[in-house]
Write a protein that binds this ligand. Structure first.
Ligand code: ADP
Ligand code: MG
Length: 237
């Protein structure tokens, strides 16, 4: 541990509020998620996520953050038929296990939860980064979060960095050919479309910041925009 004090920790109430914000964001943006899925899948990602998160809201109770995350996981696994439900469910369940027994999560605990979620999705999906899936948003977010926390950033700033990285990762799925899930059946025809799961993951991470502007950005479809404009290089790495 760096020994630096972080000025924010995450309580059960904070986690509950985050799940509520995510459910609201999914409802608000479900048409976008379904439209993205209609281009390279079966046009149900928005409805799948909305059904799962509405079910999660019905069971949102628990004495500690782990219990809230677990309740969310169970709702997603049991109420969502598509690939994303079990994958998100696994992510939330692993995150829950990573923080079991803690009543307040410090920045390092949030990193552990992200890490566990990433590994869980990768294992369950037999997937890795670069295959045009939700991992293309979650992986960069994990890296950015860890780097920020390791360098002593406040948790709220670290989450903003994670949201920036997730959004960039989401946009980065556009030119990629899908190698997992239904989109992979399209082969080269999956190129030029933004991955729905990477988009919902970018929305999820943006909702953790509590900043509605970041949520709105996460819900943009980058394939609508002109590619390769501007310098295309950023020097903050
Ligand atoms: P389905 O494909 O069963 O209709 P959804 O439409 O709800 O399920 O979710 C599709 C999203 O799930 C994809 O956009 C992708 O991000 C994600 N996904 C699919 N398969 C995998 C996998 N093996 N690993 C990680 N993510 C995956
Ligand atoms: Mg689908």
């Amino acid at each position: 541990r760096s020994g630096r004090h972080t000025y924010m920790s995450v309580s059960t109430e904070d986690i509950t509020a985050f799940i509520q914000r995510f459910a609201d964001a999914v409802t608000e943006h479900r048409r976008l998620l379904t439209r993205l899925d209609s281009a390279i899948g079966d046009a149900d990602h928005g409805e799948n996520m909305n059904r799962g998160m509405q079910a999660a809201l019905q069971r949102l109770s628990g004495d500690d953050p782990a219990a809230v995350l677990k309740a969310t996981a169970m709702a997603l696994v049991s109420k969502v038929g598509g690939a994303a439900g079990p994958l998100y469910g696994t992510g939330f369940l692993r995150a829950s296990k990573a923080v079991e027994g803690k009543h307040e999560l410090e920045a390092a605990d949030v990193v552990s939860a992200f890490d566990a979620a990433f590994e869980g999705v990768a294992q369950r999906g037999k997937s890795q980064r670069g295959q045009k899936t939700m991992l293309d948003a979650l992986g960069p977010a994990l890296d950015a979060l860890r780097e920020a926390v390791d360098s002593g950033a406040d948790l709220s700033d670290a989450l903003r960095s994670a949201a920036d990285a997730a959004d960039e990762g989401k946009r980065g799925t556009v030119p990629v050919q899908a190698q997992r899930g239904r989109a992979s059946y399209l082969g080269e025809r999956s190129i030029g479309h933004q991955d729905p799961g990477a988009t919902s993951t970018a929305i999820l991470i943006a909702t953790m910041t509590g900043d509605d502007d970041l949520v709105a950005r996460a819900a943009e479809d980058a394939s609508d925009k002109e590619p390769e404009e501007g310098p295309g290089v950023d020097d903050d790495a």
